[in-house]
Design a protein around this ligand. Structure first.
Ligand SMILES: CC(C)(COP(=O)(O)OP(=O)(O)OC[C@H]1O[C@@H](n2cnc3c(N)ncnc32)[C@H](O)[C@@H]1OP(=O)(O)O)[C@@H](O)C(=O)NCCC(=O)NCCS
Length: 176
């Protein structure tokens, strides 16, 4: 069974953003971002996350070898602006789930930074992890997120409650 490690030095670089694996020092910042009403409403688990619940999540996350969560840094201002993740990574099956995408502050939104962060992560997963399929779930009324995912090449598989399931399959012959 193949597995991945959480290499603390891992950095994935785009034109305007850089992705770095989350570390202990960002955990409280992530909880605060995730608990903002206009952010949490779009996630399947939409409740306020308590410090104790978040600590338990962080401890479990560190034990999982199939879950990579990144802070999105804006290169120009060397500042953390959001998160994105790949989880349920199955190297044998060549598949993963994409999610936990957020851009925290309104003044960073609408600039294409979420799309760029998503694209560089997907490109990296395809090249470095040899993934061939990526899945995600998105709230059916989350128009900005759906717009990004469609531009990245995701297509709808169906719906479950208020969420669309989407899939990105890389064309055969173009993966390493
Ligand atoms: C979803 C989210 C990450 C997008 O961040 P962002 O930085 O604004 O995203 P981008 O600027 O890269 O792209 C947004 C795209 O959505 C489009 N968009 C924005 N509002 C839209 C709307 N109401 N209808 C359709 N498209 C819309 C924008 O035009 C843009 O596309 P363009 O580049 O072609 O113009 C951000 O809104 C967020 O953090 N939301 C809360 C958490 C969340 O919903 N996460 C996703 C969970 S699946």
């Amino acid at each position: 069974m193949k597995s991945i490690g959480k290499d603390a030095s891992l950095e994935i670089s785009g034109h305007r953003v850089q992705l770095r694996l989350i570390s202990q020092k960002e955990i409280e910042l992530i909880r605060q971002w995730r608990n903002q009403d206009h952010i949490r409403v779009w996630f399947k688990y939409a409740e306020i996350i308590s410090p104790a619940k978040h600590k338990a999540w962080w401890e479990a996350y560190q034990q999982r070898d199939n879950d990579l969560m990144f802070i999105i840094w804006q290169k120009a201002q060397t500042r953390p602006i959001g998160t994105v993740a790949l989880y349920d990574i199955d190297l044998n099956a060549g598949s993963a789930e994409f999610g936990r995408l957020l851009i925290a502050a309104a003044d960073h939104r609408g600039k294409g930074l979420a799309q760029e962060a998503s694209q560089v992560l997907i490109d990296w997963a395809r090249q470095e992890l040899s993934l061939t399929r990526i899945y995600l779930e998105v709230h059916m009324h989350n128009a900005p997120a759906i717009a990004i995912y469609k531009k990245l090449g995701f297509s709808e598989l169906g719906s479950c409650g208020q969420f669309f399931k989407m899939k990105l399959r890389f064309p055969l012959g173009q993966c390493r």
